[in-house]
Write a protein that binds this ligand. Structure first.
Ligand code: DGL
Length: 265
C-alpha cells in the first residue's frame, strides 16, 4: 500500500537544497516538503536563545500542517543549537545536520582541518565535542561567515557574485596560524556546498571540501527502509514562512529540485 506522507526538510533559506539533492538520489519517489524559514533568515547571526525558541515551535506547526513521516533539519545552525529541543517536542524521527568533522579527520593528511560555518555554529560546544571525539590529534580551525550565506542565496537566484568575496571567506581559515597546512575544509553550513565550486576556484592550492549531506541521505533511507513510497514522484512543495518575491532564478532552482508547488505558512 502506498504511503503519501512526506519527508519535511527545514532550513532558514535555500541551503537545505544541498541536502535535498542527496535525499532525492536515494529516495526518488519520496514526497517532499521543503521549508525555508525566510521569515527568520539568517540564523547564523542570531542568538542561541532565539534559535532555541523559534525552531521547535515552527517545526511543531509544520508537522501539524504537513504530517511528515520524518523531519530533516537541513541546517547546521538549527541542529547544533536546537536538535535536542525539537526531539523533545515532537514525536517523530528527526535527522539533524552536524559539521562533518569526523569524515574530515579521517581524510586529513596534514592533520589541520578547517570548519567553515555560520558565526552561531562555529561557537557551539557541539563543535568542541565533535573535535575532541573525532579530531583530537588535529588542529581544528574555525571561521564563521555570514557573507558566504548571502552569497549562496544570491548565487542560487542566478545573481552574479564576485570571486573576491569567496576568497575572503576562505581567508578566514587560511590566514589563521596553521592555516597554511590545512588540507580539508568542512562545509558546516548547508548553504556552502551550493558554492563549493566557487570556493575551490579561488583556493590558493587544492583543498578538499566535505559536508554531511550524503550521510543524512543514508540515515534517512535507513530510518524509512521498511516504509512504502508512491509509485511516481508527487510534485514537491516549497514552503516559505514570510512573503517572498520569487525571482525566475529561484523558481527555476526550486523546480530543478522537483519543488513546483509554492506555499506560505
Ligand atoms: N543553512 C544554515 C546552516 O546550515 C544557516 C544559514 C543562516 O541562516 O545563517 O547553518
Amino acid at each position: 500500500m502506498s504511503d503519501a506522507r512526506p519527508i519535511l526538510l527545514f532550513d532558514s533559506g535555500v541551503g537545505g537544497l544541498s541536502v535535498l539533492a542527496e535525499v532525492r538520489q536515494g529516495l526518488p519517489n519520496a514526497p517532499i516538503v521543503y521549508v525555508a524559514d525566510n521569515g527568520g533568515f539568517p540564523y547564523g547571526t542570531k542568538t542561541e536563545a532565539e534559535i532555541s525558541a523559534r525552531v521547535p515551535a515552527l517545526l511543531g506547526r509544520l508537522a501539524e500542517r504537513y504530517r511528515p513521516r520524518l523531519i530533516i533539519i537541513a541546517c547546521n545552525t538549527a541542529s547544533t543549537i536546537a536538535l535536542a529541543g525539537v526531539r523533545a517536542a515532537l514525536d517523530l524521527p528527526i535527522v539533524g545536520t552536524v559539521p562533518a568533522i569526523k569524515p574530515a579527520a579521517e581524510q586529513s593528511e596534514t592533520r589541520v582541518i578547517g570548519v567553515l560555518g555560520t558565526n552561531a555554529t562555529v561557537r557551539q560546544p557541539y563543535v568542541d565535542d565533535l573535535s575532541a571525539q573525532f579530531a583530537s590529534d588535529c588542529l581544528v580551525l574555525r571561521h564563521g561567515s555570514a557573507a558566504l550565506v548571502e552569497l549562496a542565496e544570491a548565487s542560487l537566484r542566478g545573481e552574479p557574485t564576485p570571486d573576491s568575496a569567496y576568497a575572503d571567506a576562505l581567508a578566514g581559515l587560511l590566514d589563521q596560524t596553521g592555516g597554511d597546512r590545512m588540507d580539508i575544509v568542512v562545509l558546516a553550513c548547508t548553504h556552502f556546498p551550493l558554492v563549493a565550486d566557487r570556493l575551490a576556484a579561488v583556493a590558493p592550492r587544492p583543498l578538499t571540501f566535505v559536508d554531511g549531506a550524503k550521510g543524512i541521505a543514508r540515515r534517512t533511507a535507513t530510518l524509512t527502509r521498511d516504509q512504502q513510497w508512491p509509485d511516481t514522484p508527487a510534485p514537491g512543495i516549497a514552503v516559505f514562512t514570510a512573503t517572498i518575491d520569487l525571482s525566475e532564478g529561484l523558481r527555476n532552482a526550486l523546480a530543478g529540485m522537483g519543488l513546483t508547488k509554492i506555499e506560505r505558512l
